[in-house]
Design a protein around this ligand. Structure first.
Ligand code: PMV
Length: 295
């Protein structure tokens, strides 16, 4: 079984070498069964169409090559991780596929190696991934992530509970959104560089707030991060509307998570308020809302 993830701070700026914070979401899981087969086949428990179907086949080819396997396999993917919703479903499938195939052929793989193969797979979905998704999903621990730097794990002194709401809007592909941000970065470099620097400061403050379990501060920093995500144009009217509802119902903070323009939002508040916030978000059109505790 392999988990999903959410990015708490620093999506997009992570692509530009700034720090980002991601945590595993263990209530969403992907499970893969592998059996020998005459030709490579992939079956999924969820609806999938092109181009994702082709991408999954490409991912399988990358993994077989990396594991030096000439045989063919039948792959059955069972996952409750929403697709294109900012939960890292593609990284989770890649990691689980590497784990399942290597187990099937009795190959021991280090966690580091699994993550690095999953990073190669991520390129088929995301073009130029920072590597945050495969890292947090393989290690299943909160990470303070900087592209191409040694992984730093965050140690929490107490569990932190967030509320996660799905907008129900399937976001554009991460690849397209990241490319759009790149165009904006090239055409408006001065402002974009300023925004990414601000996001870096926010992520650094957030690390210590998370270590202390200071949910009020985390919420405040999430609001600040969201204002820059809006400025780089990865928010959307639906995301903004759900965030406003969460804040109006007493949350300390809320922001989009992942590539944006749909997908999920995360909410930080007092746990006793989460019931009411959830009710209001659902009333106002959120597709589903659940609590996730990070340890
Ligand atoms: O694909 P998502 O929604 O999990 O977002 C990935 C996070 C980005 O920062 C937008 C891209 C990256 O590779 O870090």
């Amino acid at each position: 079984m392999t988990c999903a993830k959410i990015i708490l701070f620093g999506e997009h700026s992570a692509v530009y070498g700034k720090p980002a914070i991601a945590v595993p979401v263990k209530s969403l899981q992907c499970n893969i069964k592998v059996s020998s087969s005459k030709k490579n086949r992939i079956k999924t428990s969820f609806d999938i169409c092109e181009p994702e179907n082709k991408s999954l086949m490409d991912v399988l080819q990358i993994i077989l090559k990396e594991l030096n396997q000439k045989k063919s396999f039948s792959i059955e993917i069972d996952s409750n991780i929403p697709i294109a919703a900012g939960f890292g479903s593609s990284a989770s499938i890649s990691v689980e596929m590497i784990r399942a195939i290597s187990t099937k052929v009795n190959l021991h793989m280090s966690t580091e190696k699994i993550s690095s193969i999953a990073y190669e797979c991520e390129k088929t979905f995301h073009g130029t991934p920072s590597g945050i998704d495969n890292t947090v999903i393989t290690y299943e621990k909160p990470v303070f992530f900087i592209k191409n730097k040694k992984i730093e794990f965050i140690k929490l002194t107490k569990p932190i509970t967030f509320l996660i709401a799905l907008t129900g809007i399937k976001k554009q592909s991460t690849k397209e959104i990241v490319l759009d941000v790149r165009k904006k970065y090239n055409s408006d470099n001065e402002n974009m560089a300023k925004y990414f620097n601000e996001m870096e400061n926010i992520a650094i403050f957030a690390k210590s707030a998370i270590e202390k379990g200071d949910i009020e501060k985390i919420g405040d920093l999430m609001n600040q991060n969201q204002s820059y995500l809006s400025k780089i144009s990865v928010s959307s009217p639906e995301i903004d509307r759900l965030i406003d509802i969460a804040l109006a119902t007493g949350a300390y903070g809320a922001k989009l998570s992942g590539a944006g323009r749909g997908g999920n939002i995360i909410v930080a508040g007092k746990q006793k308020d989460y019931g009411t916030i959830k009710k209001n978000l659902l009333k106002q059109g959120a597709q589903s809302v659940f609590m996730e505790t990070i340890i």
